[in-house]
Design a protein around this ligand. Structure first.
Ligand code: NAD
Length: 433
């Protein structure tokens, strides 16, 4: 087995710039530029792939429970559709910006190409604070957003899915609103919906499960046993809580978990099922008995074998990359590591499984869900999980092969693979007109 390739790609980023640009879209462009350099992409193709294909901004008027009307701002960005329909999640968060959604859409293009799904990339976002909204307000906002973006979504066009602070219920409302508009049930317009309306078995755990499969492979490369390995997880939502549960089933030791209010730490191990039950009651993991309180920053710097960011972007930066002690970082979140932090981590020999590979299990089972919806023929959970395992392990091997071929660290290798696949699709299709 080859050892970890520590060679750093040619610096497109000025080395150790004193201040980092944390704009997610500029970060996504830096990551793309690096791969484009390696692939010696044609300048015209570079211009096309650096820019989203379509950016839609919508005003979403919503009648609040107190009778007043509030207008929310929403976005849907389609980055590229050369390999198939646009695909990507929908995020509700007060800090959503168009540049964040553009970055997340571009990352979806590279992610679907890394795992070789017949999709392009998209993302949606609504600027709102879902924790301060009632269920009725969330439903009315979701349905109006769905109606506003209806002209550019559809099973063959663009297929939304859950992301931060959206879930299966959100997808059910979008599916219903779209279906009412087109006049027939259209389950294939969204994925991550409840099983009762055409969702897939295994979708709710898929991102965490996919992360587990690629970490198992990374452990082989780093010669670490997952059994008994210490794991720290930042973010305890859809993805982070599934990661904790699935890694614990493999006898890894979950030493720390956190959410937006802070974290908890126990070097002897935290029981994820107890943590999930506690969070359901208390709304946070903070205060959970049998573990001491730590901050999110302290969690990232903990001595552990595997660190799993599963919350938001830009948490590992030039500011704290040097303090990271984990041997493997698996990016369950999108965009948690900045390009400058990447350089520091590569020099330290940390194996970073990049987001476009580490969290691709979600979109992979979304693809299975969509394929089941289109055929009206549904699979057992065992079939879903075993197909997911083979997609993730093949993608890991493809990335590992690309590391060896180009002598680069894993993110660069994944980008070279993904950008190469999209560039090939663009080239063979040609430019219209
Ligand atoms: P979620 O809303 O279910 O959970 C987010 C978690 O992050 C919550 O526990 C929240 O408390 C925590 N959090 C929020 N702000 C934080 C902060 N400042 N510090 C620490 N924790 C914070 O969202 P999710 O679906 O689990 O998504 C998490 C990440 O995984 C996102 O980056 C998302 O894009 C990515 N992702 C999700 C999926 C999916 O299938 N849901 C697929 C691929 C990637």
């Amino acid at each position: 087995m080859a050892t970890v390739v520590k060679t750093v790609p040619q610096p497109v980023v000025p080395r150790m710039a004193p201040r980092e640009d944390l704009n997610p879209f500029r970060i996504a462009q830096i990551q793309f530029d690096m791969a484009a350099e390696y692939l010696k992409l044609d300048p015209g193709l570079r211009q096309i792939l650096r820019t989203p294909k379509r950016v839609m901004e919508v005003a979403i008027p919503v009648k609040l429970d107190n009778g007043q009307v509030k207008v929310f701002t929403g976005f849907r960005v389609q980055h590229n559709v050369a390999r198939g329909p646009a695909k990507g999640g929908l995020r509700y968060h007060p800090n959503v910006t168009v540049d964040e959604v553009k970055a997340l859409a571009a990352w979806m293009t590279w992610k679907t190409a890394t795992v070789n799904l017949p999709y392009g990339g998209a993302k949606g976002g609504v600027v709102c604070d879902p924790k301060r909204m009632s269920k009725g307000e969330l439903e009315r906002m979701t349905r109006r957003y769905a109606a506003e973006i209806q002209p550019i979504i559809g099973p063959e066009v663009d297929i939304p899915a859950p992301d931060v602070y959206t879930d299966a219920q959100t997808m059910a409302w979008i599916m219903d609103t779209y279906s009412m508009t087109v006049g027939h049930a259209s389950p294939g317009v969204v994925t991550g919906k409840p099983v009762s309306i055409g969702g897939s078995e295994g979708r709710s755990d898929a991102t965490g499960r996919g992360c587990l499969y690629v970490v198992e492979e990374a452990c082989k490369v780093k010669k670490i046993s997952l059994r008994g390995a210490s794991v720290a997880i930042q973010g305890f939502g859809n993805v982070g809580s599934a990661v904790a549960r699935l890694f614990a089933e493999k006898k890894a030791k979950i030493v720390a978990i956190s959410d937006s209010r802070g974290g908890v730490h126990n070097p002897r191990g935290i029981d994820p099922l107890r943590a999930i039950r506690y969070k359901e009651r208390a709304g946070t993991v903070v205060g959970m008995p049998g573990a001491s309180r730590i901050s999110n920053d302290e969690l990232l710097a903990l001595k552990c074998d595997i660190l799993i960011p599963a919350a938001l972007e830009n948490v590992i930066t030039l500011h704290n990359a040097d303090q990271i002690k984990a041997k493997i970082i698996a990016e369950a979140a999108n965009g948690p590591t900045t390009p400058h932090a990447d350089e520091v981590l590569a020099r330290k020999g940390v194996f970073v499984v990049p987001d476009i590979l580490a969290n691709a299990g979600g979109v992979t089972v979304s693809y299975f869900e969509w394929a089941q919806d289109l055929q009206g023929f549904f699979w057992q959970v065992q079939e879903v999980n075993s197909k997911l395992e083979s997609v993730m392990k093949r993608a890991f091997n493809d990335v590992h092969e690309s590391m060896r071929k180009f002598h680069v660290y894993p993110r660069a290798a994944a980008y070279i693979l993904a950008v190469g696949r999209v560039a090939e699709a663009m080239t063979v299709r040609g430019l219209f007109p």
